[in-house]
Design a binder for this molecule. Structure first.
Ligand code: GSH
Length: 253
């Protein structure tokens, strides 16, 4: 009879068909102990085991995936990728060198909203990402708006007022960014006032997850903001969800 235990080893090097070799900051080791007490161990092919997520837990785009993971009750092995030397490894998985990166078996995915769509579809969660084309397009419309228009609007203001980046200190550019950010948040407010619940209707979808992170950042950035009662009411609804509290409204802008 064999007894089996699982332990962690790191770092581990692995091969991905499309990406070549990459160091990975953790792996799994399976120990097999026979009756004579002899310990042999084999290294499990961790690349075919559970979902892996790379990226700092403070990153707004990583937090989308962590929150979604909770909504889907998925077990995700999360590595922050902060150690020296991680950058080169990361670039082999995502040529942009950015997080999040999701690893599912030998498949590697990057772009946070795409990862969210993939996970919802993988788990057949049509409540979060509808199968019906028009309903799905409405969710994706707001997700794309988040990733393009809204993200472009806030970047200079956020980099200046929260990150205090020397590269973003032009007052006119900051003012313009604050105004654009506030204007787009009023667009979201009007939509939420119409639905009276979540971004696309009565139920939470992926649009609420990606925009929930954006709205939290908007509320936490020290700048003048208009009163947006529908956004406030929506965030109060999001705050009832453990995934939002843990990964979005968790005190990190
Ligand atoms: N469009 C990409 C943007 C990814 C991105 O900008 N990620 C940031 C963190 S939010 C990043 O990796 N920054 C470099 C770092 O954190 O080291 C996505 O949505 O996944």
């Amino acid at each position: 009879m064999l007894r089996i235990g699982v332990g962690k080893v790191q770092p581990r090097e692995a091969e991905f068909p499309e990406h070549g070799r990459a160091d990975f900051p953790w792996g799994h080791e399976m120990h097999m102990i026979d009756l004579a007490g002899t310990c042999r161990h084999i290294v499990r092919d961790w690349a075919t085991s559970m979902l892996k997520l790379l990226g700092k837990p403070t990153s707004i785009n990583v937090r989308k995936v962590l929150w979604l993971g909770e909504e889907l009750a998925l077990q995700i092995d999360h590595a922050p990728m902060q150690a020296p030397g991680d950058a080169e490894s990361l670039r082999r998985l995502n040529p942009n060198g950015l997080v999040p990166v999701l690893i599912d078996g030998t498949a590697v995915l990057w772009e946070s909203n795409t990862i969210c769509r993939y996970l919802a579809a993988r788990q057949r969660r049509h409540d979060l990402l509808p199968a019906e084309p028009l309903a799905r397009a409405r969710v994706e419309q707001w997700m794309d708006w988040q990733a393009t228009d809204l993200n472009s609007a806030w970047r200079p203001a956020f980099m200046a007022l929260v990150r205090h980046s020397p590269a973003f200190q032009d007052a006119a550019v900051i003012d313009h960014s604050v105004a654009a950010w506030n204007r787009l948040m009023t667009v979201l407010d009007a939509q939420l006032a119409t639905t009276g619940a979540f971004v696309t209707g009565a139920d939470l979808t992926l649009a609420d997850i990606v925009l929930g992170l954006s709205a939290n950042r908007w509320r936490m950035t020290p700048m003048a903001r208009p009163a947006l009662p529908a956004v406030d009411a929506w965030i109060a609804r999001l705050e009832t969800r453990p995934g939002y509290r843990a990964h979005a409204g968790n005190g990190i802008p």
